[in-house]
Design a binder for this molecule. Structure first.
Ligand code: SAJ
Length: 425
């Protein structure tokens, strides 16, 4: 199939790079977002999210004249839904944005069109939730229009490269739909394109992120065991990973972001009686911020009244995304314990985030602090000098939740250091 004009709904971390990449590969793209601020920002040459290389790519796409931004869909050869699928308080998937996108597409759907869902969704969503809404157009899925589930698999921080290089799994409601979607994605994907059915593709996406979540939970549990037994988990992991079939991930402050901390719940929701390991892993990772604060209590005693300099608020290193961030949860828990928290987040310029005041510079956040808490392993923090910190800070407590600091160098400056996964005998 040939595609001249496509319409992408949702211009976030996935939709915007995808829209811009299609546009720079010669396809006419209508980028749609229901948030008027996003539409306004993009139309005026701005960017509402940060990702390495994205600004240049979006500018090139706009300059080529192939990318236009608007707040509603239009007729096109293909429609891609890339809207968020968060969960609600009760951990059940919130598919309202997917459903709204499908309803918005239905009036523009024509015979021979392709509709693709990219948003991570519980098993059977494409068949049972999306198809009926699209069929309100009077057209039948798989016969009058093609329908496919094509999960995104790109890693925040490396999105532009992975979008092109990663292998791509495409699930169609029938073979023709999978092939129609393959014809679209092969316009820019250089990885292998693998065809399957929609529900398998939905499961594949959830399995990938669940696999990572369970493995991080295991690393976090190993860290807790190491703390109890008085050994250094980082050394133990390095040694265990010398085994040819072992690859233990990194313990840390917990698991955040909009993907790994959310997606496994979709499997728990779909089959709570079966997904027991998956639920436990989620609970271990969700409990990690509490564990880190407990570690502080045990080592430093009462936290009330301490001034804490928190380094990093994003959900992981070198990204600006604060969603589900364990660093933010640790700050909130410290505030609840009566500590005064000021944070420095190099990717954020605002004066506060989620009720946490933000300092504009690293040197300012350290001023008069009693406890330095390294919560995210941003590149910017790697060269932090213990001598400078000792001059600026009031107290001598350090928490390293991400194994970034050299313990000996900090102890030499008189700091008392707590590290996740490092037990002391
Ligand atoms: N984390 C650890 N220890 C580790 C690795 C990660 O504590 O060893 C933490 C991170 O700090 C972060 C969280 O886990 O808080 C998730 O980070 P991540 O880098 O593992 O993954 P995401 O959420 O940025 O992106 C994931 C990726 N999925 C997999 O690697 C299986 C990405 O390929 C997906 O496209 C993305 O989810 C998504 O959109 O679903």
């Amino acid at each position: 199939m040939k595609y001249q004009k496509i319409c992408i709904l949702g211009l976030g971390y996935i939709g915007l790079p995808t829209a811009s990449t299609f546009a720079t590969h010669g396809v006419q793209v209508i980028g749609v977002d229901v948030n008027p601020d996003v539409v306004h920002t993009l139309r005026n040459g701005g960017l509402h999210i940060q990702e390495p290389g994205l600004r240049t790519l979006v500018q090139a796409a706009l300059r080529s004249g192939n990318l236009t931004i608007q707040n509603h869909p239009d007729q096109a050869d293909a429609f891609i839904i890339a809207v968020p699928t968060p969960f609600r308080e009760n951990k059940l998937a919130d598919l309202r944005a997917v459903e709204a996108a499908a309803q918005a597409i239905a009036p523009y759907l024509r015979k021979g069109n392709l509709v693709v869902l990219e948003s991570t969704s519980p098993p059977l969503t494409t068949e049972q939730r999306l198809a009926p809404l699209l069929e309100r157009s009077g057209l039948k899925n798989g016969e009058d229009f093609y329908l496919a589930y094509v999960p995104e698999r790109v890693l925040p921080g490396s999105i532009l490269r992975e979008l092109i290089e990663n292998d791509r799994v495409i699930g169609g409601v029938n073979r023709e739909s999978a092939e129609a979607a393959r014809d679209l994605y092969q316009l820019f994907v250089r990885g292998e394109i693998l065809l399957t059915d929609t529900t398998t593709a939905e499961m594949v996406k959830l399995m990938e992120n669940t696999y990572r979540d369970v493995n991080i939970a295991l690393a976090n549990e190993f860290a807790r065991l190491a703390e109890r037994f008085g050994i250094n988990v980082w050394e133990a992991i390095e040694l265990a990973n010398r085994h040819p079939r072992v690859n233990i991930l990194r313990p840390g402050p917990g698991v955040g972001g909009h993907c790994i901390s959310v997606d496994p719940w979709f499997l728990v929701e779909a089959a709570p009686d079966l997904a027991r390991l998956i639920r436990t892993a989620r609970e271990v990772n969700d409990g990690q911020p509490h564990h880190v604060v407990e570690l502080l209590h045990q080592t430093f005693g009462i936290l009330a009244g301490l001034r804490v300099a928190a380094l990093g608020l994003s959900y992981k290193a070198d990204v600006d995304d604060l969603r589900e961030s364990p660093a933010i949860e640790i700050c909130h828990l410290l505030q609840k314990s009566g500590a005064e928290v000021v944070a420095f987040e190099p990717y954020r310029q605002e004066s506060q985030a989620e009720g946490i005041p933000l300092a504009k510079e690293l040197s300012l956040v350290l001023q008069d602090a009693d406890l330095l808490a390294v919560l995210v392993a941003h590149q910017d923090f790697r060269n932090l000098s213990p001598a400078t910190a000792a001059q600026t800070m009031r107290g001598r407590f350090v928490l390293d939740a991400v194994n970034l600091l050299n313990r000996a160098a900090w102890e030499k400056q008189g700091f008392q250091v707590v590290k996740v996964g490092e037990g002391r005998r």
